[in-house]
Design a protein around this ligand. Structure first.
Ligand SMILES: [Zn+2]
Ligand SMILES: [Zn+2]
Length: 68
């Protein structure tokens, strides 16, 4: 798969990740990594997992999440 962001500007780059939100392939230049705290039943009586997960998104979805 090729990077969607790069293809928009007429370039071709190998995608190294897939945006979790929109599903677009993103190269190492365009991938956005952020820590994501998992919520859900971890252990009884504790709703937040100790270890942070990772979320990979494209620049567009990252900007959209920050705008909300
Ligand atoms: Zn790219
Ligand atoms: Zn996206």
């Amino acid at each position: 798969m090729n990077c969607y962001e790069c293809s928009q500007s007429g370039r071709t780059a190998q995608a190294v990740a897939v945006c979790k939100v929109c599903g677009a392939g993103v190269c190492s230049n365009h991938v956005r990594t952020e820590p994501k705290t998992l919520r859900g039943p971890a252990t009884p009586g504790k709703m937040v997992h100790n270890q942070e997960a990772r979320q990979l998104t494209c620049p567009v979805c990252r900007a959209a999440e920050q705008s909300s």
